[in-house]
Design a protein around this ligand. Structure first.
Ligand code: ADP
Length: 548
């Protein structure tokens, strides 16, 4: 508005200056013309008086004038002209002013001069001798006066323009000032508007505050939820994205705000789902990204049957999906593991039932049935233990447990088994108490020490070392056994997995022991590591936090 008023005032100033100059120019021209004509007539009268009294052609030759003076005979021939050679000039009897002067004694006329080629004013008077005295001047002489005064005019005009512009600026500010509501001299006519604008401004400010608050709340929520959250506008541009979503799909170095969604991910199934969501459809998808399983929920934001945007919620379901996979594999393995000994038991029992077995074979058959049944019982016990650990049910009460006492107890229980294979067990135990589930801790170390005997060589050895560092107690179980092949070391904690070595088929086992160990240790927030070299031996390192 300020600019517009200033611009208008400037235009008015320029226009008025221009028009003023034009009027002045016209006025001046007319004034000058009048002045020139009066001068010319005076000069003409002066010459007239002088020559009428005493005519002498030399008078003309000596007379100097800026005006043109021509003496013409009454037959039209030019006798004298102070601008041109009179002998070369045309007969002037046809000139209007000459005709008028001959006829009426006086004539004047303005036209383009045939001799000078310029607009010329002529004034002719008849002398007593009948000759015509004609004086004239060209309008260019007026223009030259006019142009000579141009610089002065221009300067005055420029000063005037600058002055007016300065005044326009001051006036604009003076006009605008009362419009501002904070000004006490506000225009009365504007008061209702100002009040309305004021109350609207207040309302907008309040709404902006609420909105700001909501944005902060949304930001805090989206930052703190464990899941990825993305908000797209109707053009598929990213309105909001939390760090979790960026970590899953994009590059944490890039600021994705207001970037197109396709800049975030090139995964086709996600992009297709977004497209479908913009058609108003809800959809769920499980997508594997970098070895992890994420469930994506695409929801349209609908208002008045129009899709205004899309919300994408990304939940990391890797553990759930893997647990389901393990459970499926576990049930399949359990059926298989149970089927083999049961088939064998049923086979022996059938043979005995038919009576075709010799009496001397009955005892070994019964022994086989007994062994298979024992294996079955062990297997079922292991399965029960594992599922209890999985589900977290059973006698899982944490109480202070002295690891030294537990280990001594297990060693003494297994010493005889070790001796049968001439395996020696040495140990270096310290008093260390942890908060633990006693029977689970017993199970863990029983399985590990039993394995170090099972997978040892005749005349081998086992060494159990305990140490404490700050809050951590560490137990090393080293054996000089058959070792674990490199290809199997990462899988030995899987359920039913048994490393494939030349000796392993001779050693009985279900492949569940280390799964129970691993789950038991995790239940106590401990860690287990294994290092092994085939035919040299294996070391299991277990650590627990000490309860102080
Ligand atoms: P298993 O009933 O077969 O002993 P585990 O889960 O206890 O089942 O062990 C899984 C596999 O890990 C075993 O089959 C064996 O191949 C390997 N293993 C475990 N402990 C040792 C060890 N101390 N030395 C060599 N191999 C071992």
């Amino acid at each position: 508005m300020k600019k517009k008023i200033f611009r208008s005032l400037t235009i008015v100033t320029l226009l008025s200056t221009f028009l003023f100059n034009i009027f002045i120019a016209i006025f001046m021209y007319n004034k000058l013309l009048e002045q020139e004509i009066a001068n010319l007539k005076n000069e003409n009268n002066y010459i007239l008086k002088t020559i009428d009294e005493n005519f002498n052609i030399n008078f003309f030759k000596n007379f100097t004038s800026q005006n043109r003076i021509t003496l013409i005979n009454n037959d039209g021939t030019v006798i004298f002209d102070n601008f041109e050679d009179a002998t070369k000039m045309d007969n002037h009897l046809d000139r209007t002013e000459v005709i008028l002067a001959i006829d009426k004694g006086l004539g004047e006329h303005t036209r383009l001069s045939a001799t000078l080629g310029e607009q010329t004013y002529y004034y002719a008077v008849r002398l007593n001798s009948g000759q015509i005295l004609r004086t004239s001047f060209t309008t260019s002489s007026i223009f030259s006066i006019f142009f000579n005064s141009m610089p002065v005019f221009m300067s005055i005009s420029l000063v005037f323009i600058f002055l007016m512009m300065y005044l326009s600026k001051i006036m604009t500010e003076a006009i605008i000032k009362p419009i501002y509501p904070e000004n006490p001299d506000i225009y009365d006519e504007l008061l209702p508007f100002v009040k309305k604008i004021d109350s609207q401004k207040q309302y907008i400010d309040e709404q902006t505050d609420i909105l700001q608050q909501k944005i902060i709340e949304f930001d805090v929520i989206s930052k703190n939820i464990a899941d990825g959250l993305i908000l797209l506008d109707s053009n598929s541009n990213i309105l909001s994205i939390n760090a979790q979503a960026v970590n899953i799909l994009g590059n944490s170095q890039i600021d994705y705000f207001s970037k197109p969604f396709i800049d975030l991910t090139r995964i086709i199934s996600i992009r297709e789902s977004v497209k479908e969501t913009f058609l108003g459809k809800y959809s769920d998808n499980i997508i594997e990204i970098h070895g992890k399983f994420f469930s994506f929920r695409f929801s349209p934001i609908i208002n008045d049957e129009k899709v205004l945007g899309v919300v994408i919620l990304i939940v990391d379901n890797t553990e759930k999906i893997q647990a389901e996979k393990i459970r499926r594999e576990f049930s399949a393995n359990v059926s298989h593991e149970l089927k083999t000994p049961l088939t064998s038991i049923s086979g022996y029992a059938e043979l005995i039932k038919t009576g075709i077995v010799k009496p001397c074979d009955i005892v070994p058959f019964a022994e086989n049935i007994y062994n298979e049944t024992s294996y079955l019982i062990d297997l079922i016990e292991d399965i029960i233990k594992l599922s209890k650990l999985d589900e977290g049910v059973g006698n899982f009460e944490f109480s202070p447990v002295n690891l030294k006492i537990i280990l001594e107890n297990i060693i003494s229980r297994l010493e005889n088994t070790a001796l049968q294979s001439n395996i020696t067990i040495s140990h270096n135990l310290i008093n260390a108490e942890i908060l633990a589930i006693k029977n689970v801790i017993q199970e863990i170390f029983y399985n590990l020490i039993e394995n170090s005997i099972k997978y040892n060589k005749a005349f081998g050895s086992i060494c159990i070392d305990m140490s404490q560092n700050d809050d951590i107690v560490e137990i090393l179980i080293k054996d000089t056994g058959i070792g674990i092949p490199n290809s199997s070391i990462n899988r030995i904690f899987e359920r039913f997995y048994r490393a494939d070595t030349s000796h392993s088929s001779e050693i009985s086992g279900s492949g569940l022991g280390l799964s129970i160990v691993k789950n038991g240790i995790y239940l106590h927030k401990g860690t287990i590591d294994v290092s092994s070299e085939e035919n040299i031996g294996t070391v299991f390192k277990i650590s627990f936090n000490i309860q102080k």
